[in-house]
Design a protein around this ligand. Structure first.
Ligand code: PMP
Ligand code: GLN
Length: 402
């Protein structure tokens, strides 16, 4: 759905009006997200929107047809709180097929309203006042507010341009009895980096003999490039026993607006998750769950997604190599990022505004993914776009003068 200015203006007015009535905000530093801000600006400026991560092409018509059919057939009432069995079974089968990992569909898998709700519910179910949670920056935006709302304390480990490697010594030093959770995002939004075996080994050694819970946000698990494998934490028994995996069909099936995701975890952890989930959302969209379950029965419907996105990544990458952007190595996700230092000295957010207004291409500044707004002059392009959109953007980006 395209955002309309009127909605945003109403939202902002509401926020301002509430400020007069409330003396304290539970999230004083939180503003409207950068994804909303840049998509709105793109719309206002009539710019090509490579900012917020969503495909601008239609999902497979079979999937859409299934959705309509299930709604017509009367699958329109509450789904079970765990999610429909058919979908949980397909997720279980997919884990087994792709990673040779077993999750029991009844006790270890739950369907969620997108990964966002799964992540919020996991954090709410486990993080208590004073608990420390380690996150890695640049960090996707939904972790920190959820931790703070539950009284937790965010401990940041920063990753830096150009490698965005995790400094495991720093992680080790930050870990104590107060550490309740470590949140991993692999493949990483926005850097496009994926974890390697050496990273996994470090993580295993850090959590060994602790009660630390891991939340592994793997929403881009199916999008890795150049034959590099996605290493799900579920593959490692020492990690699986303490890990929640969060996934999303938005990415796998090009349907971010359906907001259907899932979480997987050992049954004792899932039990606690469900205590919160049942009051947080209770259950999620019924016909969409049936449609996805039917669609996943055919493995051909999702097994080529990496090559589909690799073609798009390569297309954008080859074109941008003709510009003065310094491109990051994108190993996964549908984001290609670049340093613009050779083009401008501006702050990254100012540069994104300038690029949108002057060159009509909207992107996301990396500083938005750091609590202290670390600015290394890096911006993110989303390439989950139809050819025509990428061509339009490329044409404009090639005109930037240094
Ligand atoms: N985690 C990451 C890293 C994301 O990029 C996103 C959004 N694309 C989400 C979680 C949320 O996924 P969903 O849209 O399924 O809520
Ligand atoms: N995950 C999307 C991105 O990174 C944004 C989703 C949202 O707007 N909340 O662009």
């Amino acid at each position: 759905m395209r955002l309309c200015d009127k909605n945003i203006q109403q939202l902002l007015t509401f926020t301002i009006r509430m400020t007069f009535r409330l003396s304290n905000s539970k999230l004083p530093d939180v503003k409207t997200t950068i994804f909303t801000e840049m998509s709105l600006l793109a719309q206002q400026e009539n710019a090509v929107n490579l900012s917020q991560g969503f495909p601008d092409y239609q999902a497979d018509e079979n999937l859409i047809k299934y959705l309509g059919n299930f709604a017509k057939q009367g699958y329109n009432q509450y789904a079970p709180l765990f999610g429909i069995k058919e979908l949980r079974e397909e997720i279980s089968r997919k884990f087994n097929l792709q990673y040779q990992v077993d999750y029991h569909p009844d006790s270890e898998i739950n369907i969620t309203a997108g990964a966002t709700q799964g992540i919020f519910t996991i954090i709410s179910a486990f993080v208590e006042k004073g608990d420390e949670v380690i996150i890695f920056e640049p960090a996707y935006d939904c972790y920190e507010p959820a931790i703070i709302l539950n009284g937790g304390i965010v401990k940041n480990v920063k990753m830096f341009y150009p490698d965005y490697e995790i400094n495991w010594t720093e992680v080790k030093n930050l870990t104590s009895e107060k550490t309740k959770m470590i949140i991993i995002n692999n493949p990483n939004n926005p850097s496009g980096k994926i974890l390697k075996q050496k990273d996994i080994n470090e993580l295993i050694s850090i959590v060994k003999d602790t009660n630390i819970i891991i939340l592994s946000d793997e929403v881009y698990e199916s999008i890795t490039f150049d034959e590099k494998p996605h290493l799900t934490l579920a593959q490692y028994p020492q990690l699986k026993e303490r890990t929640f995996i969060a996934g999303s069909f938005g990415k796998l099936l090009h349907i971010t607006g359906w907001k259907i995701g899932y979480v997987c975890a050992p049954s004792d952890m899932m039990k606690e998750f469900r205590k919160v989930h049942q009051f947080n959302v209770f259950c999620v969209n019924t016909p969409a769950q049936f449609a996805i379950a039917k669609y996943l029965q055919n493995v051909d419907n999702f097994k080529t997604i990496s090559s589909f996105f690799q073609r798009k990544r390569d297309y954008l990458k080859n074109a941008l190599q003709e510009t003065s952007f310094q491109l990051l190595d994108c190993e996964g996700t549908y984001f290609l990022s670049a340093n613009f230092g050779a083009i401008s000295d501006a702050k990254d957010k100012d540069f994104c505004y300038w690029l949108t207004k002057e060159h009509k291409v909207a992107t996301i500044p990396f500083s938005a993914f750091y609590q202290d707004k670390t600015d290394e002059k890096v911006i993110r392009f989303c390439f989950a776009k139809k050819q025509e959109t990428l061509d339009k953007a490329i044409e404009k980006l090639l005109k930037i003068k240094v």
